[in-house]
Write a new protein. Sequence first.
Length: 558
Amino acid sequence: MQTIPFSEFGLSAPVMQAIDDIGYEEATPIQTAAIPLLMSGRDVIGQSQTGTGKTAAFAIPAIERLLADCEKGVQVLILCPTRELAIQACEEIRKLTRHIDWIHTAAVYGGQDIERQIRLLRSGVQIVVGTPGRIMDHMRRHTLRLGDVKIAILDEADEMLSMGFRDDIDTIFTDIPQERQTVLFSATMSSEIMEITKLYQTNPEIIRVVRKELTVSEIEQYYYNIPHSHKIEALSRLMDVYHPEPAMIFCNTKKQVDELVSAMQQRGYVAEGLHGDMKQQARDHVMNTFRGGKVDFLIATDVAARGIDISGIGAVFNYDIPQDVEYYVHRIGRTGRAGKSGLAFTFVTGSREMAELRCIMKYTRSEITKGTIPTSEQVMECRRLRFAKKVCASVENEDLSEYMRMVEQLADEGISAIEIAAALLKAEMTSDGRTSMPSEADDFAFAGHEHRFGRNAGSERRDSRDGRRNRRSGDRDKNMVKIYIGLGSSAGIKPGHIVGAVANETGLPGRSIGRIEISDRYSTFDVPQEAAELVINTLNKTRIMGRRVSARLFTEQF
Ligand code: AMP
């Protein structure tokens, strides 16, 4: 797998700055192959799955072209099969153009108010990313002119064909000038795809990210589909229960490494980070302390960890799902203590990353089992057992006579042996800095997300949108508490916003939210008592419709 740093592509300063802000350390294989070709103006067929960094692979050269030409009008058109892909591509492009104030990107897709899109298109955009149906709609209304397009990109072309967009693609291309660069990305290369490339591309170069035969058979692999906001808690619990020190944790960006290192250190774990922004001396220091056993957890990017040969790793955590299946194999290949099979844990968030995980399973021909995050009770039980073991070993092997005298003295002062032991236990169990006990509210969220990503998710969402929520009364309501938020109908709040925010941010299934009442200035809704703390804390860290929420328990004086 040959990859190169972004600095070798000769990119402009604002694009380099944006890449640095995002924290990408090195180009992925598909970017390494595609960026130079696209920057030279060639038509390209890229065979690559989602999750490999293909959006940036076509977006970076397109942005560079815009910078070189400095022209008005829509110059880049990106066709995507689904609204989710269109939104994601648009977000990625906006991140890459954040230091270029005159380049604007619009996402146009079905299901969103068309007037809003028309206003956005009228305000002047250079890059349009959208689904074929809605793009044709705008063409018919003359709200989207394609006469200035210089680069046309078909993203996930095989998906577009299987969704029946073939005729739409033909219609759209009749409006795009012949003189253009055409890029096509597809996971598969069917004869239908080749037909499209013959029609719309000129002498295209084919790029395939070659996959090696990969074996990970000796490693026990688990995955956890959890919301991003719960990853740190999940990681801590797995560490507490499995005790895999020394372990490696992989993130996709330098920024994520830095954030995770400080979050884990705050929780009392002995963790250090390793990434490409660090000076060689600092890197060597981290590696020496890790090798010497003074650091339990090494949190690293793929690039920084490349070539590092460390044996005896208890477990590898994929805090972020890797960009490429080869990265996955390299990462988890480091686990496995002498004679024992290794352990690998992968966090995924949502259906898109699940699709990437399935891709990894397919190419590695391995089974990655769905894991369950340990409950707070299990975590406490593990800590208790570990403590009991330590006490027994000490009683058996050490001379404690001096200490026993001290206990007797305390007992003479009227403190019972149980009280002395409890105080010492508390000090011992928090002496490693792990003051935070796992909270039961989080247990609820971990259990809740399984429903959320399960079969019922769609129907829940439909219910909430209609506002026709099926409320049960009786016993269930007895365990419900009312939450207040400082946003009401005057702020445009609807039941769907509340259900959406709670379900998305906390992972609670939408159907566990009870009665919702919306007043002019505030709203209330019922949630199960055990989830109230989680809901309040999480909502106070997020926004609904761009506004602060001010959540708290509802009391009658409001
Ligand atoms: P895509 O294949 O475009 O859907 O990208 C999948 C994910 O990879 C996105 O979250 C991107 O932000 C991320 N990504 C793209 N390029 C890189 C890179 N060079 N290094 C790390 N992450 C990347």
